[in-house]
Design a protein around this ligand. Structure first.
Ligand code: GAP
Length: 486
């Protein structure tokens, strides 16, 4: 974390992007609220995700809304009750707790993910690490569940730690309702909950966060993708688990498929890349997790990482997982309900590719990328898909009929676009406030407007102003949004 991180969090507090939850009571680590501006951006991001993955890909993909609380058997079957835990160190003197691998990472600047509690314990002893708060000795490393559970009269229920499980338990019903066709994509955009040991870095590691996940159910004997040829020659930066010594490599989709990752998997990897690039997040790479590091349900696991100025490093924002038939088979065994389907002339349990996005991390990546400072001017260069407003409409002064005219222009645009009206303070201050929340344009009504029916349109990024007649504003804005999603 550095100065950019501090500036973004300061701006977020000042401009209602996000802020600590229950602040008046001192707040609780790992919980954040989205404010009036941040929520607009987050919602637009989620809607853009929906458009990109559920509509533009043109496949049999649908969104569902399963329950956030689910009964214990679901998470026994999924393996979360047994495996979803983190290694923890606790100071024997002051009670300070930290994830053991992250404690080591902080001291030794290396990644220790995937090591057992015993291995971490040995390393802590070997390097003589002491509590950073009081210098006390650490107790032995132990494992702690990340699940939030609640007792009910009918047994334990748990808040979902990933949105995916609701999809797996609903799969058969959705398959039947959606013409019994594969591939079938079922998406959830919603909250997930994890009792993280050391929530940190603002929205980056929280206890309650939003995921946008798409589970693609497919026939494991049909690994090809019909549109693969469209991306075969495109390149992505990857770090392969089996070739870590080579570091980052620039490989084509064809080359990845040649290394044993099947076409469908590679196709969705490139769709993830395209999604982030279309939001201006072009400095990204795919980092493959090895057997020790990857989640217990995955056969292939690439993290999609974006470069953050705030951390001066690449950080995970999403993941592409090949979960095989792991989840469906486990639910079949525990629920005693068959997960087999009949398709392509035979009976089988489908396999699953999971595209899992952290909305909060992606939101933060957009702030990180868009944050600009030039002398006294600060602005958020957010992409047009997620800017909280298209334009602010301002009378230069609130007299001589300029305010009335500005209100008319506002009314004209408000039925079609996200615009707001603001007459308070100097025009410079109004532009500055709008720039800080990433508003794309400023439309100003001045004395010339009253004579010739033209206004100025000011561009957020260049600050250039153009005169345009009122009747043309709508068309001008539409042109920008015509190519909205690419
Ligand atoms: N269903 C698969 C799954 O949940 P994951 O890698 O554990 O995979 C997916 O999580 C994404 O969710 C991550 O890439 C990250 O963006 C986001 N995420 C995970 N834990 C988070 C946390 N504690 N706070 C904020 N975002 C988190």
């Amino acid at each position: 974390m550095n100065k950019v991180f501090e500036e973004i969090t300061e701006l977020s507090l000042k401009r209602a992007l996000f802020y600590p939850s229950a602040e008046i009571y001192g707040s609780l680590a790992g919980f954040y609220d989205y404010g009036s501006i941040g929520f607009r951006v987050k919602k637009k991001l989620e809607d853009y995700w929906r458009w990109f993955f559920l509509k533009s890909l043109g496949e049999n993909f649908h969104e569902i809304q399963p329950s956030e609380l689910m009964p214990e058997p679901v998470f026994k079957a999924s393996g979360h009750l047994e495996h979803f835990e983190d290694p923890v160190v606790e100071c024997s003197k002051c009670g300070f707790v930290e994830r053991a691998d992250q404690l080591l990472e902080g001291f030794l600047h290396m990644v220790f993910e995937g090591l057992s509690s015993e291995q971490l314990d040995e390393l802590i002893k070997k390097h003589g690490l002491k509590c950073p708060e009081c210098g006390g000795e650490f107790k032995r490393v132990f494992s702690k569940s990340l699940m939030f559970g609640f007792e009910t009269r009918k047994g334990m229920v748990y808040l979902r730690p990933e949105t995916a499980q609701g999809v797996f338990v609903d799969f058969k019903r959705e398959f039947k309702a959606n013409r019994e066709k594969l591939p079938l994509g079922l998406a959830v955009v919603g909250k997930a909950f994890r009792n993280e040991i050391s929530p940190r870095q603002a929205l980056f590691r929280t206890k309650e966060f939003t995921q946008a996940e798409l589970q693609v159910f497919f026939d494991p004997e049909d690994e090809k993708h019909e549109k693969f040829s469209t991306i075969e020659k495109e390149k992505a930066r990857v770090v392969l688990a089996s070739e870590r010594d080579k570091g980052e490599q620039l490989l084509t989709a064809g080359e990845l498929a040649g290394r044993g990752y099947f076409e469908k998997y590679v196709y969705y990897l490139f769709m993830m890349k395209k999604f982030y690039e279309s939001l201006g997040l072009k400095e990204l790479r795919f980092y493959e997790k090895n057997e020790e590091e990857r989640a217990f349900y995955n056969k292939f696991h690439f993290d999609c990482e974006v470069f953050f100025k705030s951390f001066d490093s690449f950080r995970e924002v999403a993941g592409l997982h090949y979960r095989t038939d792991y989840d469906l088979k486990n639910h079949e065994e525990h629920s005693k309900q068959s997960m087999e389907i009949f398709a392509n002339g035979r009976k089988f349990v489908p396999h699953v590719i999971e595209l899992s996005f952290g909305i909060d991390r992606t939101f933060f990546a957009l702030l990180d990328k868009g944050f600009r400072k030039d002398g006294k001017r600060t602005w958020l260069s957010l992409p047009r898909q997620v800017a909280p407003f298209v334009a602010g409409v301002y009378p230069l002064v609130s007299k001589d009929g300029l305010d009335e005219k500005a209100r008319q222009v506002y009314e004209l645009l408000a039925s079609e676009f996200d615009v707001f009206y603001d007459e308070k303070g100097s025009i410079g201050k109004r532009y500055a406030r709008a720039d800080e929340i990433g508003v794309l344009y400023g439309i100003t009504i001045d004395y010339d407007t009253m004579k010739d029916g033209t206004v100025t349109i000011r561009d957020r990024d260049s600050t250039k102003q153009e005169r345009v007649s009122i009747s043309e504003i709508g068309q001008r804005i539409k042109r920008v949004f015509d190519s909205l999603y690419y």
